[in-house]
Design a protein around this ligand. Structure first.
Ligand SMILES: Nc1nc2c(ncn2[C@@H]2O[C@H](COP(=O)(O)OP(=O)(O)O)[C@@H](O)[C@H]2O)c(=O)[nH]1
Ligand SMILES: [Mg+2]
Length: 255
């Protein structure tokens, strides 16, 4: 567990995002090898995760009962999650009954963008929290007409570490990686890609301007997650979106 942010991931590095978030530029000392601290951390981690897993199982059973296909979009900030959702909803919301939960630390900017598509949306602000959890989703679905929903799309807080550890009761995690982030991210943040069924490789319209190696990136993703499905897409141009839509429609049909 990260002693700085309290998230229960055990194998992540204390990368810049953690250091910046918690220390505002001041280097923070971590004492993972101090025995008394370690023992209490393990106990707390088990408590947090087991409580979350119980609530996630409840959510999953509810979604299954209602026949709703639920996806949890995870990525670093700015990879294009909201843009992909906006385009997907504009293209699919006449064929599928959709709703969205937006997770961000602050602001309802993304919820406003989704609301402009006409799809029901709830914003969850996590404050200093770096991920959504199952309890937030339980509250967030309150007010949606679950009996008349085919697809629930959850945009998690932008962060390639902590959201990987928290089951929300979704059917699948979908990792979004944009070509401006570098092809090595699946190797650097393996848990995120290992726990995801799909990788959306976004912003392919920018490839002519970058050195990004698509084949290398796909190989890295498959090294950590051999069965991962990869769709190369551009939320901006719409290129490649049809294959993603077909996967969504097939999943929503099964419920
Ligand atoms: N060129 C290009 N820009 C994109 C694409 N998708 C998103 N963006 C831009 O990337 C920035 C972040 O997008 P946003 O959807 O807010 O990312 P989020 O933080 O993951 O939700 C915005 O300026 C978008 O216009 C894309 O496919 N191509
Ligand atoms: Mg967003």
């Amino acid at each position: 567990m990260c002693t700085t942010c309290g998230c229960p991931t055990t194998d992540h590095d204390h990368d810049n995002s953690h250091e910046q978030k918690h220390t505002n530029g001041v280097k923070h000392a971590h004492h993972h090898d101090a025995k008394p601290v370690k023992r209490s951390i393990i106990t707390i981690e088990e408590d947090i995760l087991s409580k979350n897993n119980r609530l996630a199982s409840f959510n999953r059973a509810l979604f299954k009962d209602k026949g709703i296909f639920v996806l949890n979009l995870v990525s670093s900030p700015g990879s294009g999650k909201t843009s992909l959702l906006e385009r997907t909803l504009r293209d699919l919301s006449e064929k599928l009954r959709c709703a969205v939960i937006e997770g961000d630390q602050q602001t309802d900017n993304d919820a406003r963008r989704i609301a402009a598509t006409g799809v029901p949306v709830r914003q969850i602000n996590t404050g200093s929290g770096c991920h959504l959890d199952a309890h937030m989703i339980m509250n967030g679905t309150d007010g949606f007409d679950l009996d008349n929903l085919d697809l629930l799309l959850i945009e998690n807080v932008g962060n390639l570490v902590c959201p990987a550890a928290f089951d929300l009761g979704e059917q699948h995690k979908v990792a979004v990686l944009s070509v401006t982030e570098g092809e090595d991210k699946p190797l650097k943040y393996p848990q995120m890609f290992r726990n995801s069924t799909v990788m959306l490789l976004n912003k392919t319209d920018l490839l002519p301007h970058l050195d990004f190696d698509v084949e290398k990136c796909k190989q890295y993703a498959r090294n950590v997650s051999p069965g991962i499905l990869i769709f190369e897409v551009s939320a901006k141009s719409g290129e490649g979106m049809e294959a993603w839509y077909q996967w969504l429609k097939d999943g929503a049909e099964k419920g």
